[in-house]
Design a binder for this molecule. Structure first.
Ligand SMILES: [Mg+2]
Length: 254
């Protein structure tokens, strides 16, 4: 096991054993990109560029073809790395490290008062991202919000029976629910990507759609979907409306 992965999981598990969920206690699973920070200002471009470069050098392709491969696998599997592992047998950790090899802090942009808004949310918080662990930690540290999260669940941890299973895998959602050891109705996924929210809802969790116009396919979903409990535009708005989620069970759309 990758040492960083081992540490993050141990931290998450250790906390779970130390602190049992109280009746009605909420656990917020936060996505990272375009949920806690705005990737449209440069990070997506940097990731796309670095990932196309990683595809090009791994498969010995010119950049235009590498870009096509990158987009094709992203559409088919929800993450380019899955296609690269499945069809070309690449080492996923090395590929993801190459894809996020840029100066992260200088490209991070977020809403003002993010720390205060997150801190106002009652309940525990865990990060759940399809991004690699090292990148996720850099973003959290740049935003100075790392201490608000009791654990980080990154793509490094998303393996089931030897296969990479990132969001929106239903099996992943069920594994997370089981590992957190609390009723699904007390777990809330906050995300900008609708298909991930749909999977969480199928696993019994509740859902908050963090609408971001730069999220791929977001323009096709102007309204709120049936599997979305609450739709917000910022963490600040979520903090102001969190009482709408502070009910037990999976009912209660707001
Ligand atoms: Mg996202």
């Amino acid at each position: 096991m990758h040492p960083a992965r081992s540490t993050a999981l141990a931290r998450l598990r250790a906390r779970r054993h130390l602190k049992h969920a109280r009746p009605g206690e909420l656990l917020w699973l936060f996505d990272l990109d375009n949920t806690l920070h705005d990737c449209s200002k440069g990070i997506f471009r940097a990731i796309d560029g670095a990932m196309a470069q990683a595809v090009a050098s791994t498969l010995q392709l010119p950049m235009d073809q590498a870009n096509k491969v990158r987009k094709d696998y992203w559409r088919r599997y929800g993450a380019t790395v899955i296609g690269m592992v499945r069809h070309h047998g690449v080492n996923p950790h090395r590929f993801l490290a190459m894809s996020h090899d840029f100066n992260v802090p200088e490209l991070v942009h977020a809403e003002t008062g993010l720390f205060q808004s997150l801190n106002r949310l009652p309940g525990r918080k865990v990060l759940l991202t399809n991004a690699p662990l090292d990148y996720a930690r850099q973003v959290l540290e740049t935003l100075k919000i790392q201490h608000l999260f009791e654990g980080v669940w990154a793509i490094d941890h998303m393996h089931l029976q030897g296969t990479m299973k990132p969001k929106p895998s239903l099996a992943l959602m069920r594994q997370i629910r089981a590992q957190l050891g609390m009723p699904a109705g007390q777990i809330i996924l906050v995300e900008d990507t609708l298909r991930n929210l749909k999977a969480a809802r199928h696993a019994g969790m509740r859902t908050v759609h963090m609408y971001h116009p730069a999220t791929p396919f977001s323009a096709a979903h102007k309204g709120r979907n049936l599997y979305v409990n609450l739709r917000v535009n910022s963490v600040r708005e979520l903090a102001a409306r969190a009482h709408a989620m502070n009910t037990r069970g999976t009912a209660g759309r707001a």
